[in-house]
Design a protein around this ligand. Sequence first.
Ligand SMILES: Nc1ncnc2c1ncn2[C@@H]1O[C@H](COP(=O)(O)OP(=O)(O)OP(=O)(O)O)[C@@H](O)[C@H]1O
Length: 319
Amino acid sequence: MTVALKLEELSKTFAVGKRLFGPPKGRVHAVHPVTLEIASGETLGIVGESGCGKSTLARMLVGLLEPSGGHIEIDGEPLDNADPAVFGKRIQYVFQDPISSLNPRKTIRQIMEVPLKRLHRMDKAQRAARISEIFSQVNLREEFLDRYPHEFSGGQAQRIGIARALAAEARILILDEPVSALDVSVQAQVLNLLADLKARLGLTYLFISHDLAVVEAVSDRVAVLYFGSVVELGRAEEVFAHPRHPYTRLLADSAPVVGRALTAPEGRETELPDPLNPPRGCAFRARCPNAGPRCAGEVPMLDGRSQQAACFHPLHPGA
Ligand SMILES: Nc1ncnc2c1ncn2[C@@H]1O[C@H](COP(=O)(O)OP(=O)(O)OP(=O)(O)O)[C@@H](O)[C@H]1O
């Protein structure tokens, strides 16, 4: 296996309530140290409810947010202090809301030209040829090039977002809820396009979504994120069919919707803990039907099985 993307103890803490003089009022540990490897050509799904740290993790991977700790490696090379152009050629981000992620004052051609000029220093003729090639890969008509982002439907705009990411020639795409804003019929078209591009171009995907059905359909492996930590990691079909972590079971049973609290067993919390006042021990214990005394005192770590869970009382022992 060739490792395309490696995260080692990657973490992010935000200072909140910053004051002009003196320390901030508090700190939010949005991502606790996360260690993950993604193989070349693999799709790793990241799931978790709103606020669990998915976007913070994704933004660190493309250089939009500076990590508070840890390292990122692409194809074995560290990205510490890398110049944005280095990030851009290796890893690209596809946003959830395709229309607002495109500059409204620029035509699609101007938008597409930015990475070709900035990252690949192509001249005008080279840019035109490359844009034509990419547009045919994503099934977009070239007459769209002289229009503005607001003239497109969500599905077309997301194809343009994907086309822009391909223009950088990065081999790793971070897809952050890429179909969540689209109608169900259009979702399938965009997912098919992503699958086709992956097969044709040998891409590696990190696919973030709160929608378990979508993640299960597209992912080889899945990482379940809870309160900034990976709590379960394994092959997608195994994780969803036979979850080991009680949080994964809760997610699978309650078909979460962004912004809506998950259901919980009788008498249990439904919300994420307060990030400014995190609990001791396991962050899931107030919501967990299996929590015991050990869970209050110690933080469980991933247990190293083939389907890993960070839990003292997993739903099954795992292989
Ligand atoms: N700039 C910031 N300043 C302070 N706290 C932040 C900031 N960005 C995110 N957070 C906090 O970090 C935690 C993780 O947020 P993040 O947006 O990464 O979660 P998410 O899983 O992507 O959620 P969503 O699906 O709603 O986008 C949350 O507690 C959030 O409030």
